[in-house]
Design a protein around this ligand. Structure first.
Ligand code: FES
Length: 238
């Protein structure tokens, strides 16, 4: 049976496998589609909508939408990039993101996306929410100020670590990530080897005693914009 699906992204013919998401098919073809809640090791969640593309003119999330033969996907166009920029701005103002004081600065996917999209100061009003910190665990602390509700930690702990350390509670503006112990992270069975410990795209889950081991200016996105690894692959493939 032929499992090949041919479709186009920004006018480029892309060959994908039946059932593959548009995001994964694009990456395999060396085309970067900005994304945030998606992660290669996790089941797609489709919550952030940063990966929005137009499919035959209508917006969809590329991480959850499977490829179909002949679809026309627009990713690098003004309409889509304006949607992404607005989402990224909303994520910044909805939490308390003080990049200049954050240990994740330079390794933060949200910050890197803001730079990629030329967002240097949000135009939307800040909400300055009151968020909790949990420094009870000997190895990690959780800073709710920086959480963007991407559910990477929730999915990693549940689907890879098999622990369910993290869950969402509340709804709407009151939604937040919490842990499966009323007395804090120290009373969970989270440990350093957990996938959930390394998968936060922002500085909401931080490891203790390794802060600034790599100096600011020498970190991942200080060197190259987010997405460069995929775009470089495209160039090296000719
Ligand atoms: Fe697709 Fe978040 S990356 S919805």
């Amino acid at each position: 049976m032929n499992n090949e699906v041919i479709f186009t992204i920004d006018g480029v013919d892309v060959s994908a496998e039946k059932g593959q998401s548009i995001l994964k098919a694009a990456e395999a073809a060396g085309i970067y589609i900005p994304h945030l809640c998606a992660h290669k090791d996790l089941i797609p969640h489709g919550s952030c909508r940063v990966c929005t593309v137009l499919i035959n003119g209508r917006p969809h999330s590329a991480c959850t939408q499977p490829v179909s033969p002949g679809i026309i996907v627009d990713s690098e166009c003004e309409e889509v990039n304006n949607i992404r920029k607005t989402i990224i701005e909303m994520l910044f103002v909805e939490g308390n993101h003080f990049c200049m004081f954050c240990e994740k600065s330079g390794n933060c996917e949200l910050q890197a996306l803001a730079y990629r999209f030329g967002i240097f100061a949000p135009t939307l009003p800040y909400l300055f929410p009151d968020r909790e910190l949990d420094a009870s665990h000997p190895e990690f602390f959780i800073d709710g100020n920086r959480c963007i509700l991407c559910a990477r930690c929730v999915r990693a702990s549940r689907d890879i670590d098999g622990k369910n350390v993290f869950q969402f509670v509340g709804r709407g503006i009151n939604k937040k990530v919490t842990v499966n112990s009323s007395s804090g992270l120290s009373d969970t069975d989270m440990n350093k080897a957990d996938k959930a410990a390394d998968i936060c795209p922002v500085g909401a889950i931080i490891k203790k005693r390794v802060g600034f081991a790599v100096p600011i200016g020498k970190r991942l996105y200080d060197q190259k914009p987010i997405g460069s690894d995929i775009e470089n692959k495209e160039r090296s493939n000719g």
